[in-house]
Design a protein around this ligand. Structure first.
Ligand code: ATP
Length: 245
């Protein structure tokens, strides 16, 4: 494994659900330590891309390499142990368990790339420092938290396992701007530790503010790629992103 291998290298990915192709030929790179935003309209294939990386969906063709290691035939639970962690759309939490149990389960999975487990009480302390509101709700059932608190829990679960590559799908969906601000601050802090991030986001400006590189996707293909300032100036990106870029 070379030390400068990208956090994620996707080449020629083709994915279908039944007979319907969702990804036609997707190639994308998350350089080590970089934040990459994956943007595009509904149904473009953004979630499918993340699901394929994390092993939930299998590709028909193409390769996925993370830190120099092919992962496109590796089972999902082992991909997580390699430090590739996915916060799916619609909250990756266990609603019937309480907040503490959700955090304990995340720590049990581990994600630091060595397959090692995370210190549970240290992880819970870290999570409640990141999002103090969770510290007051440790015994509360996760499903009874507000939408923003559930996303904080989902993100805390992912961050406490020290991901090397964190993929986050529309974490801001339906949340108030102040809550989105807290979540993005946590992502910014994670990026500052050297973790690599791949973000699917509906709030284009919020994503552009954090990203080093931006990919725009539509109908299962990448239609534009560049740095945030290029995207702000790009007519193509504006067309796909409803002028929001
Ligand atoms: P959104 O923002 O709406 O989630 P997206 O860019 O994440 O959009 P995907 O969810 O990846 O897009 O969907 C890509 C295509 O695959 C769409 O045409 C969608 O209808 C289809 N699709 C997604 N999930 C499934 C599934 N489980 N079964 C069948 N088709 C699916």
């Amino acid at each position: 494994m070379s030390s400068d291998a990208a956090a994620l290298e996707i080449r020629g990915l083709r994915v279908a659900y039944g007979g319907v192709r969702a990804l036609h030929d997707v190639s994308l790179t998350v350089p080590r330590g970089a934040v990459v935003a994956l943007l595009g309209p509904n149904g473009a294939g953004k979630s499918t891309t993340l699901r394929t990386v994390s092993g939930v969906v299998r590709a028909e063709e193409g390769t996925i390499t993370s830190f120099g290691r092919r992962i496109d035939r590796v089972p999902g639970y082992r991909i997580a142990r390699l430090g590739v962690v996915h916060v799916p759309e619609g909250r990756g939490i266990f609603p019937s368990l309480n907040v503490r149990e959700n955090l304990e389960m995340a720590a049990g999975v581990g994600g630091n790339g060595s397959g090692g487990r995370v210190d549970v009480s240290g992880g819970i302390d870290e999570a409640t420092q990141m999002f103090p509101v969770l510290g007051n709700r440790l015994r509360q059932t996760a499903g009874s938290l507000s939408g923003g608190e559930q996303q904080m829990l989902a993100l805390a679960r992912a961050i406490m396992v020290r991901p090397r590559l964190l993929m986050v799908d529309e974490i801001s969906m339906g949340l108030a701007p102040i809550v989105v601000g807290h979540l993005f601050e946590a992502l910014r802090n994670l990026a500052a530790t050297g973790a690599s991030l791949l973000l699917v986001e509906q709030y284009v400006e919020t994503a552009l503010g954090l990203a080093d590189y931006v990919y725009v996707m539509d109908k299962g293909v990448i239609v534009d790629v560049g740095e945030p300032n290029d995207m702000r100036a790009s007519n193509l990106a504006a067309a796909y992103l409803g002028g929001a870029a």
